[in-house]
Design a protein around this ligand. Structure first.
Ligand SMILES: Nc1nc2c(c(=O)[nH]1)N[C@H]1C(S)=C(S)[C@@H](COP(=O)(O)O)O[C@H]1N2
Ligand SMILES: [Mo]
Length: 513
């Protein structure tokens, strides 16, 4: 009685794959409320917008206007349902006559074989920089939610196949002698269950899509960073494949070179020197315009000048070179070293300096890119000249931070509601401070100061916010620029990070409808 033609099997497979796709979409949208991360539906919608050439982006916005957001979500959802149907036909698993144990094995194998490439894809997507902009926490949440999503898909695919094909009347051993009425009842209940859930799912999706007509869709996380970056969100960069983990028992800080007398400080001795606390922003020299390699923390430590005073500075000393336990090294001028804000830090946001940020001690050198802020500090040497690790590889000696500013909201290719649009982000100019932040919605012809520039500390980034009223619906390119504490406008000239840091104005394309 279950001898279906192969054409029929193909049809059953497609339908059960589509139903499974539908259930998975609904499940991921429901899960999103629990996991507090964007679902695959929203991530794919955002990625679709970002992959579109800007001309097509504005054309489609103009064409669909108020329906654009809903249509985008609908196409992603339909795409996933279609992918489910296609996938089931390729997999063919549900159609095979197998035992329950075998079926469970197939379900798990299917889940894992969908999950692994998806996680790899998510990891790759984040290394494409800001395009989809996933934080580490989001990645972890996405990883486990995706596993559950695919499990739901695999289970739903098998169950709905059984229901549709009539095989729900298992166990087949008893089929022969079971009363026909009972078989029909089972089949009827199977259909009723699947049908009810499918209808409820469609209703839920309908509401989700029509609700999405207002609000923000696409883009990245659409949030402005906290003034002080929590440690888990603080960017990390190092030259190492595996970073050092320093044991305090065999650690000390040596001060050598052009000093009156060499000194070795134990961790306790370092901590017993007068301590200072300051909020300072770190930015990597590799940070691209609009990039995420910038974070802000409260550092506790000892003035480098106090540390050097323990050894005594000889007059010939021109520079301070430093060496990390990982073989890293760099240097900066003595004048910079003697500034009271150049510190050897051993606490970060009130916590013991975390391993990946340089435990037990690191340099904070305000005004200089990250390269000069040595981690896992082991030795300080006063010298006349020095060429450091990155200078050997073509990077700048100076490493003075260039004025930067960034949009955090809206994220690239977000589609927002007409009316008043919230804009905001960060700006930073090293130890020069930020005086003003301006935005332009007309390709840089005119600039307007933003509504507020939140000053956090002298050596910290600022957080800027403003409300923009677009002249009408459509696609716009917004630009942002900052004016540093010395009154110098951020340069418009674009430069790559190598050799001395990126420059140019951050732009975002945003849809208003
Ligand atoms: N010992 C050591 N210090 C180092 C590095 C390194 O590879 N080794 N990388 C530097 C670079 S390039 C940057 S941007 C900052 C990053 O500091 P963070 O990881 O605490 O954000 O550390 C700097 N200090
Ligand atoms: Mo860096």
């Amino acid at each position: 009685m279950n001898a279906h033609t192969s054409q029929q099997t193909q049809r059953y497979l497609a339908v059960s794959g589509a139903i499974a796709g539908l259930f998975m979409v609904v499940f991921m949208l429901l899960l999103r409320n629990v996991s507090e991360t964007r679902s695959l539906v929203e991530l794919l919608a955002g990625a679709t917008l970002q992959l579109m050439p800007i001309g097509i982006f504005s054309f489609l916005l103009g064409l669909f206007q108020g329906l654009a957001k809903a249509l985008l979500l609908l196409s992603v959802i339909l795409g996933m349902i279609a992918a489910g149907a296609l996938f089931a036909r390729l997999d063919r698993g549900p159609g095979m006559q197998t035992s329950t144990a075998d079926r469970i094995r197939r379900i798990l194998t299917l889940t894992v074989s969908l999950w692994i490439p998806a996680v790899i894809f998510a990891l790759l997507a984040t290394s494409f920089g800001t395009s989809i902009a996933l934080t580490n926490q989001e990645l972890i949440a996405i990883a486990w939610t995706l596993f559950l999503d695919f499990l739901v898909f695999a289970v739903a695919m098998h169950v709905s196949y059984l229901v549709i094909s009539g095989a729900w009347t298992v166990p087949r051993e008893v089929q022969a002698d079971a009363p026909p009425a009972d078989l029909h009842r089972r089949q009827f209940l199977g259909w009723l269950g699947t049908g009810t859930v499918a209808l409820a799912s469609l209703a839920y999706l309908g509401r989700f899509v029509s609700d999405a007509r207002s609000g923000v869709i696409g883009g990245g996380s659409n949030t402005i960073p906290l003034p002080i970056t929590p440690i888990p969100a603080f960017y990390t960069i190092s030259k190492n494949f595996i970073d050092p983990t320093v044991e305090l028992s065999n650690w000390a800080l040596d001060i050598r070179g052009l000093v009156e007398q060499s000194v070795t400080l134990s961790y306790e001795q370092l901590l017993s020197l007068p301590s200072v606390e300051q909020t300072a922003t770190l930015i990597c020299i590799s940070n691209e315009v609009g990039g995420e390699l910038i974070s802000n923390a409260v550092w506790t430590g000892v003035k480098l000048s106090d540390v050097l005073a323990e050894a005594g500075i000889r007059p010939q000393a021109q520079k301070v070179a430093f060496f990390g336990t990982d073989g890293y090294n760099d240097s900066f001028p003595m004048s910079k070293a003697l500034e009271p804000t150049t510190i050897v830090a051993y606490r970060m946001n009130g916590e013991r300096l975390p391993d990946k940020h340089g435990f037990p001690a690191r340099l904070i050198v305000p005004g200089k890119y990250g390269i000069k802020n040595g981690k896992w500090l082991r030795r300080i040497e006063l010298v006349e000249t020095f060429r450091g690790y990155w200078q050997e590889r073509g990077w700048t000696e100076e490493a003075t931070i260039k004025t930067m500013s960034r949009f955090d909201i809206p994220a690239e290719r977000a589609i927002v509601d007409p009316g008043l649009v919230d804009l905001g982000g960060v700006a930073f100019a090293g130890d020069r401070g930020i005086q003003d932040v301006q935005i332009s919605a007309d390709n840089g012809q005119s600039w307007q100061s933003v509504d507020s520039v939140e000053q956090i500390a002298p050596l910290s980034w600022v957080i800027w916010r403003t409300v923009w009223s677009p002249p009408g619906e459509g696609a716009y390119t917004l630009r942002v620029r900052a004016i540093d504490g010395e009154g110098t406008i951020q340069t418009e000239e674009t430069a790559n990070p190598i050799p001395d840091g990126a420059s140019g104005y951050h732009r975002v394309a945003v849809g208003v409808t």
